[in-house]
Design a protein around this ligand. Sequence first.
Ligand SMILES: *[C@@H]1O[C@H](CO)[C@@H](O)[C@H](O)[C@H]1NC(C)=O
Ligand SMILES: *[C@@H]1O[C@H](CO)[C@@H](O)[C@H](O)[C@H]1NC(C)=O
Ligand SMILES: *[C@@H]1O[C@H](CO)[C@@H](O)[C@H](O)[C@H]1NC(C)=O
Length: 437
Amino acid sequence: MAKAVMLPVLLSFLLLPFSSMALTQDFCVADLSCADTPAGYPCKAGAGAGDFAYHGLATAGNTSNLIKAAVTPAFVGQFPGVNGLGISAARLDIAVGGVVPLHTHPAASELLFVTQGSIAAGFISSSSNTVYTKTLYAGDIMVFPQGLLHYQYNAGSSVAVALVAFSGPNPGLQITDYALFANNLPSAVVEKVTFLDDAQVKKLKSVLGGSDSMYTSTKAMATKSTAALLPVLLLLTISTATALTQDFCVANRALPDTPSGYSCKPPSIVTANDFAYSGLNKPGALIKPFNTSLASAFVDQFPAVNGLGISASRVDILKDGVVPLHTHPLGSELLFVAEGTLLTGFISSFANNNKVYARRVSKGDVFVFPQGLLHFQYNVGNTTAVAFAAYSSANPGLQVTDLAFFANNFPTPDVVRGTFIDEKEVMRLKDLFGGSA
Ligand SMILES: *[C@@H]1O[C@H](CO)[C@@H](O)[C@H](O)[C@H]1NC(C)=O
Ligand SMILES: *[C@@H]1O[C@H](CO)[C@@H](O)[C@H](O)[C@H]1NC(C)=O
Ligand SMILES: *[C@@H]1O[C@H](CO)[C@@H](O)[C@H](O)[C@H]1NC(C)=O
């Protein structure tokens, strides 16, 4: 009944959002026979009306699977017309009892439009691990900010369907459970970077078809003499992609933040001191269960990076300490190891089979983590390890998976449903990280 009425609404919904892209041509239908580029596929010659329509979302996805849910994408790979337009879509079918477990879209924000049934959905902020949950009915919409952990499950007693729009042509999808348990990331690493117990990790690896094979390449990169390679050099070499319309725009933090950053301090009162920051010259605050200190030089600490598309941080990881699994929703990261030896890695998204890229890095090595993907570091040496990170954003954000799941008031049944972690284990970790049921 509601279904027929919804269709026209849906169409106008998909046409409305995301008009902020500066387009230099009317359109650029993807030529999928060419290799992809960072800005999208090359344009196809001779595009026709058919390129701008896609019928693939008319059909319900097959929900006969572990999660009783199906996501049918209309990303650039399926729907070449969205190439370069900063928008794409998907259809979500969730059977009774089904769930789209906790996941992120590294490269887009999401608008969900419920067309049938009832969906309970939520996301977790990165700044305070606040959980925002809502039960939605046909006609309701909800927005999920780029890169943040979120989930949906069927809250009713009939099939639920939603149409989804994304603010990018290729939003990507990283499902936390698949990233952790459906690949060959060794159990010992998963346990170290999540604080989950061994039995739980082995159980979920078995459910999701993961293995426990060790890396073939765990030996350290050849350590060169790099004492002169100061982190400052690293900061100068990356991310010149931002188009600046002024020399600088030191943040005036007395005024509220905006989507493109803070307002500028009047240049007449800006001095050289604004462009220097000493907060990384010593370890930051110790984060207790991790045995790691973190000091950030994001725009809130270092106002000069406002609008410059760059920022930095310092981590000091004590012997046996860890920077547990986390993402930066809004920036890629380059890590420069200044002291010690770390095991570090990131996990690619669902479309790339959750493949793990991990290795040992030692003093002088750098390692890059693509925007929004889950990654970790831990100390495998005998001394404190020190690393400096640079980010491709003035405010890359930080979402620590454990804190998002266990350090807040995220209801235990929703954590269990969204992660497949046993209730007993969820309660143990909520206790460890100071969350409530
Ligand atoms: C749905 O998927 C299941 C499991 O893979 C398969 O057995 C079934 O045939 C599929 N149903 C349809 C309609 O394709
Ligand atoms: C942190 O350090 C304390 C004391 O040195 C130690 O007991 C604990 O196991 C360490 N925690 C981790 C996660 O390594
Ligand atoms: C740590 O110390 C042990 C024992 O002295 C040694 O075998 C090992 O190679 C050291 N590890 C590193 C990374 O230096």
